[in-house]
Design a protein around this ligand. Structure first.
Ligand SMILES: C[S@@+](CC[C@H](N)C(=O)[O-])C[C@H]1O[C@@H](n2cnc3c(N)ncnc32)[C@H](O)[C@@H]1O
Length: 329
């Protein structure tokens, strides 16, 4: 490997030698996450969104063989991949793998295990999920209209599109996707599904493009971008899951501040990285409430964002907003 000691990416590769994924997945804001969570040998850490194990590998290396790393993911394949990646590291910590939605983290933590000293949630989807046509998350390749991050349960996007009435569809596309043509797209979906089921990503993408009419050519983004994002958020109830997670953190912060045993240790650091303004708003409000109540202090006065160099190397980092708190001792 050739290293240019001047660039941040290369400095991180030296500092976190386990961070590069053989499949090319780049963990977003890795250095910033590690600086904020500051895990030390022997601690217990939770990665609530294990994904491809990029952040988890760096967290695991920091807590070392005497530490505990709990991995959660809704996607069983990502969870298994991340778990195997950590287990293969020299000096790997003790690893617990939990296939679950992070909203139930408080119920899922192994009984009798140590409370967590650091917790990370890196929201959304992994590159391997969006790149797999079988997952139906992208309009760039044809596949079944699925979109579930946990393919073992729940309603698919095709089922959601068939079930909701036109007004509900328009609200989802407008609120989560902020698409100005939401009503027109919903009407087109409602008229089309009477004739045939909408069951593939290509079908939905062409229908959205058609709804844009002559404006499609002038659109900076592919016309289907916002509709796909909105339906993915709805299929996976992503905002509900995040509300559940911040409620679990809030309850634990309250308990820890009152000296009661809970899944978070006194002084625990919690970092949440979001990619959508509605997500960031939920995190910002919840953290502000905990700080106001005197249960936590802020570690990020403003949300941390990626540098132009990181965005250049990894365009997904563009919309990342990282906020972190530390529970009171
Ligand atoms: C952006 S990726 C995480 C990438 C990871 N930090 C890494 O460096 O490899 C997000 C992961 O979170 C998972 N996920 C999304 N929402 C979740 C939820 N509510 N509960 C558990 N896992 C979730 C997705 O399945 C995906 O694997």
């Amino acid at each position: 490997m050739t290293l240019n000691p001047g660039s941040r990416g290369d400095r991180d590769a030296v500092r976190y030698p386990v961070a590069s994924d053989p499949h090319g997945h780049r963990p977003v804001l890795l250095r910033e996450v590690m600086d904020l969570l500051a895990p030390v040998p022997g601690e217990s850490v939770i990665d609530l969104t294990a994904g491809r194990g990029g952040h988890a590998a760096a967290l695991g290396a920091s807590v070392g063989a005497g530490g505990v790393l709990t991995l959660l993911d809704r996607d069983p394949d990502n969870l298994a991949y991340a778990g195997a990646r950590i287990a293969a590291m020299p000096g790997a910590p003790r690893v617990h793998q939990i296939h679950a939605d992070f909203r139930s983290v408080a119920l899922m933590m192994p009984a009798g295990g140590p409370p967590a000293n650091a917790v990370l949630a890196d929201l959304g989807f992994a590159s391997t999920q969006i790149d797999d046509p079988a997952r139906g998350l992208a309009f760039s390749h044809d596949g079944p209209l699925d979109m579930r991050l946990d393919p073992t349960r729940g309603e698919t996007a095709a089922q959601l599109v068939a079930r909701l009435d036109e007004r509900e569809l328009a609200d989802i596309i407008f609120q989560y996707g902020e698409d100005p043509f939401a009503r027109r797209i919903a009407r087109n979906i409602a008229q089309t599904r009477v004739r045939m089921p909408i069951s593939t990503t290509d079908q939905l993408a062409s229908l959205v493009r058609e709804s844009y009419g002559t404006r499609a050519a002038a659109s900076r983004l592919h016309p289907a971008t916002r509709t796909f994002m909105a339906l993915r958020i709805a299929v996976n109830d992503e905002l509900g899951a995040l509300e559940g997670l911040v409620a679990a953190v809030r309850d634990a912060a309250h308990a820890a501040a009152s000296g009661l045993p809970t899944w978070l240790a006194a002084g625990a650091r919690v970092a949440i990285m979001s990619f959508h303004s509605l997500e960031d708003r939920i995190v910002k409000r919840a953290f502000a409430q905990m700080i106001e109540a005197g249960w936590a202090e802020s570690l990020t006065r403003k949300p941390v964002e990626a540098s132009p160099a990181e965005v250049g190397a990894n365009p997904r980092a563009r919309s990342a907003k990282l906020r972190a708190i530390k529970l009171v001792r």
